[in-house]
Design a protein around this ligand. Structure first.
Ligand code: ZN
Length: 303
């Protein structure tokens, strides 16, 4: 059976744009629920300036409370070297370094040029390896920038090639503002995959224009092996105007499993977690499987 690894990004990308602050205990409950549903790699927090992203101000407290289990890898997102040192100090297993394919986004999100953000990512990978940690690199705005507009795919491929040489576990292309289409995704994933072989490609989509799942499907068909998703489909980005939620973990898992892929995730537990999240946030989540229920296993609980 074909395997797709899903990374849960709800505790970081999902929550960071929520105006209502989650307590550390609520974040740890979300993380625990994801692990109970079979998640084995999870973006738990980000080590960024708490003044800019208040929801992530408790990154160290989350790290200290992580429910450690065999085979589970906790990722801390970092946007600069200072954040990387904090994540290492806090005991994160894997550092998620982010660069941007466009200068407009790199400047606003990270206070540096696109080139500088790529160099920073390579430096973060070296730091992580020095401290025996894993590291991944994500190229954000790989399909379009809210400030600069269209992004040249060749630029993304070149960045991926440079990033791969630093020695991360994978390279991701991220549709930070949800503008990608399946055709573009298939083309870029294939090109990046060829450029970074044998490193795998990870993809990160937002469902801003309601084609997030189609993009996941196109990416998987083009060879992507790892997919970021967030329980309930919550999420956004404080520096990407009008970006909405990530693709919902439970909806993506349903699509892939019904299509014959192995994700290692338990759909009923994912649905339960998405419903818990809706309760914690006091509103419906964007994901649809938690409303409709899985098929053919069990009928959804009526409420
Ligand atoms: Zn995102």
């Amino acid at each position: 059976m074909l395997k797709i690894e899903m990374i849960e990004v709800g505790p970081r990308d999902g929550l960071q744009n929520e105006s209502a602050l989650f307590t550390t205990a609520q974040k740890l409950e979300l993380i625990g629920r994801a692990l109970d549903a079979g998640v084995r790699r999870i973006e738990a927090n980000s080590f960024v300036n708490p003044k800019l992203v208040p929801q992530m101000a408790d990154a160290e407290a989350v790290a200290a409370g992580l429910p450690r289990r065999d085979g589970v890898i906790f990722i801390g997102l970092v946007l600069n070297k200072r954040g990387a040192l904090r994540a290492i100090e806090a005991g994160m297993d894997e550092l998620g370094a982010v660069c941007a394919a466009s200068d407009g986004f790199a400047t606003r999100n990270q206070g540096m040029s696109s080139d500088a953000s790529l160099a920073m990512c390579c430096e973060v990978v070296r730091l992580a390896r020095e401290h025996s940690r894993r590291a991944q690199i994500t190229i954000s705005t790989a399909f379009g920038c809210p400030f600069d507009g269209e992004v040249n795919p060749l630029r993304v491929v070149e960045m991926a090639r440079t990033a791969a040489a630093a020695g991360p576990v994978e390279i991701a292309v991220a549709d930070t503002i949800g503008v990608a289409s399946p055709g573009e995704v298939a083309a870029l994933v294939a090109k990046v995959g060829a450029a970074i072989k044998p490193l795998p490609v990870r993809v990160h989509f937002h469902n801003t224009r309601n084609i997030g799942l189609a993009n996941v499907w196109a990416a998987v068909q083009a060879g992507a092996k790892i997919v970021d998703a967030s329980l309930g489909g919550i999420g956004g980005c404080p520096f990407a105007p009008r970006a909405t939620g990530n693709v919902p973990t439970e909806d993506v898992a349903y699509m892939l499993q019904r299509s014959g892929y192995h994700t290692g995730l338990d759909l009923e537990r994912l649905i339960g977690s998405a419903r818990w999240l809706a309760g914690a946030m006091g509103r419906d989540v964007p994901g649809m499987l938690s409303r409709a229920g899985a098929f053919p296993k069990k009928l959804p609980e009526m409420n």
